[in-house]
Write a protein that binds this ligand. Structure first.
Ligand code: CP
Ligand code: NVA
Length: 306
């Protein structure tokens, strides 16, 4: 999977740091409006089987800033896996495009897309993980704190795709990671084992929000019902309610704790409006960094083509 970006754990810590330093450099270039065109005459195919605001706009804007052309293919355009086999789309797009980014439901499908592609494939979220998001998240924390030493992250809510990418990062960079949510909504245990087997980070599964957030540098949350689960939203709201990130929970850490959310947020459910708008909320710095982190991933992959 070396030439693709499917899981953070496909990369070692040096490679992850290389991407982070590159992201920082590209952010400065972008803000200075420097002329930086490594993707001149290149194209990026963006395949979306699910909706998106940040991923679509940040990939498209970033790739075009770097001199390339990005094509948006929405859920009704190519019918990946329905109208046409994934492996056929993969080989076809490899002939037209220089990079493929895809947001799909089934994780096996992004793996298959990568397996048959001659050009780098980037995972823009599956039901299982969301690696671009978590590279951007750790970049944002690094920026805010100046280092990643003695980091405690407390994730509050559903053990979903966001958590799986956090766990894969924790198997590569040291941290204390607590996942706190209702029973029955834990993350995938095979992915938890990756952290335990790495011997690098500590992982705690908690059902108690009050004790889970103690000493946390960051409280992170995400929607209680992900894309593809929205019909379960009302049912989930009942069990997830005690895990809402509100002012009282933020005040319970014993620290000046940052608030993060991958967005889109459902204000009044997993997070209150008050916390989203508070001075400790860094959600828009975080969202901005999606573009810089992804630009770095694309440059890194094109520099390291085997
Ligand atoms: N965080 C994120 O991936 O946002 P979108 O679903 O809007 O792309
Ligand atoms: N867990 C959310 C993340 C959105 C960026 C979802 O999959 O819908």
């Amino acid at each position: 999977m070396g030439k693709h970006f499917i899981h953070i754990s496909d990369y070692n810590s040096n490679e992850i740091w290389e991407i982070l330093y590159l992201a920082k450099e590209l952010k400065t270039k972008f803000h200075k409006k420097e002329n930086y065109k490594p993707f001149q005459d290149r194209s990026l195919a963006m395949i979306f089987a699910k909706p998106s605001a940040r991923t679509r706009v940040s990939f498209e804007t970033g790739f075009e800033w770097m001199g390339g052309h990005a094509l948006f293919l929405g859920p009704n355009d190519i019918g990946i896996g329905k109208r046409e086999a994934i492996k056929d789309i993969s080989r076809l797009f490899s002939r037209y495009n220089d990079v493929i980014m895809a947001r799909l439901f089934d994780h096996k499908h992004i793996v298959e897309l990568a397996e048959y592609s001659d050009v780098p494939v980037i995972n823009g979220l599956t039901d299982y993980n969301h690696p671009c998001q978590i590279i951007c998240d750790i970049m944002t924390i690094w920026e805010q704190k100046g280092n990643l030493d003695d980091l405690k992250i407390c994730y509050m809510g559903d053990g979903n795709n966001i958590v799986h990418s956090w766990l894969q990062l924790a198997s590569r960079l040291p941290m204390e990671f607590v996942c706190c949510g209702p029973e029955g909504f834990e993350p995938d245990m095979e992915t938890v084992k990756m952290v335990e087997n790495s011997g690098l980070s500590s992982f705690e599964l908690s059902h108690n929000p009050i004790s889970a957030v103690k000493g946390a540098d960051v409280i992170y949350t995400d929607v209680w019902a992900s894309m593809g689960q929205k019909e379960e939203a009302a049912q989930r709201e009942k069990v997830f309610a005690p895990y809402q990130v509100n002012k009282s929970l933020m005040n319970n850490t014993g620290k000046d704790t940052l608030f993060m959310h991958c967005l889109p947020a459902e204000r009044g459910r997993e997070v209150t409006d008050e916390v989203m708008e508070s001075k400790n909320s860094i959600v828009f710095d975080q969202a901005e960094n999606r573009m810089h982190a992804q630009n770095a991933i694309m440059v890194y992959l094109s520099n390291n083509l085997s």
